[in-house]
Ligand binder design. Structure first.
Ligand code: URA
Length: 234
């Protein structure tokens, strides 16, 4: 029986040294001596980052995904929407939020005169699909987070709108539930963060859409006023 590639490399004692091979034009930059993987990612430009995500094998999700899903939209956006992880449709298309939840997200953005690609960038915490759409595992989040951190660094958005508990908790490094995190402004490395329900949750619980609308309005107010401590309410 043949071993998966990562297991085989580990078996041969070539893991993770093989990633230090000489760069080709299509490879992400190599790690410098003494540099951690996160430090390497933290100095990537957009092209390097995209390639690194597409070629990433830092966790076992690369064995089951169709492709990595880096993100989509305006790289100079004021708004960064952060979701959880690609689902089946995103995995097939290579773009975040293209399924039913994505349609609702697009409608929410349209309600405040935004659209994907127009002053909005959309990304997920995980860049690879967890099989069967299961929840992200903590070690998968830890392995993938440097990519999102670099995206945030490159975009420098005026607001991060984190939808769902995995996005909120990963960015804010907390275990507090969404119900306690939403309705106020948090910060990630000085950038305001507003937390709200995940669109997939809203599809199952339409009564919560009113709260989500309040959160969107709060985020819009933060962008408009540049007010880091804007209060809750539409
Ligand atoms: N849910 C997410 O959190 N992200 C996607 O890209 C799709 C569904």
């Amino acid at each position: 029986m043949s071993l998966p590639r990562a297991a085989l490399l580990r078996e041969l004692g070539l893991w993770p040294q093989w990633r230090l091979k000489a760069p080709s034009s299509a490879a992400p930059p190599p790690m410098s001596a003494g540099e951690s993987r996160a430090q390497t990612i933290a100095r990537m430009d957009w092209d390097e980052l995209t390639r690194a995500i597409l070629q990433c094998d830092a966790c076992p999700l690369h064995l089951t995904r169709t492709q990595g899903v880096p993100g989509v939209g305006d790289r100079n956006a004021d708004w960064l929407i952060v979701g959880e992880a690609p689902g089946a449709e995103e995995d097939a298309k290579g773009e975040p939020f293209v399924g039913q939840a994505g349609k609702l997200l697009d409608a929410m953005l349209a309600a405040i005169d935004l659209a994907r690609g127009r002053n909005v960038y959309i990304a997920n915490v995980l860049k690879s699909r967890p099989p069967g759409n299961r929840n992200p595992a903590p070690e998968e989040i830890a392995a993938c987070l440097p990519y999102l951190q670099r995206q945030i660094e490159l975009i420098q958005p005026r607001i991060i709108f984190a939808v769902g508990r995995f996005a909120a908790q990963a960015l804010l490094d907390t275990e507090e539930p969404i119900g306690r995190l939403r309705g106020r402004v948090h910060h990630y490395r000085g950038i305001p963060v507003v937390v709200s329900y995940h669109p997939a949750y809203l599809l199952r619980n339409p009564a919560e859409k009113a709260k989500s609308w309040e959160d969107l309005c709060l985020a819009r107010r933060v962008v408009a006023q540049g007010a880091p401590d804007a209060g809750a309410g539409p």
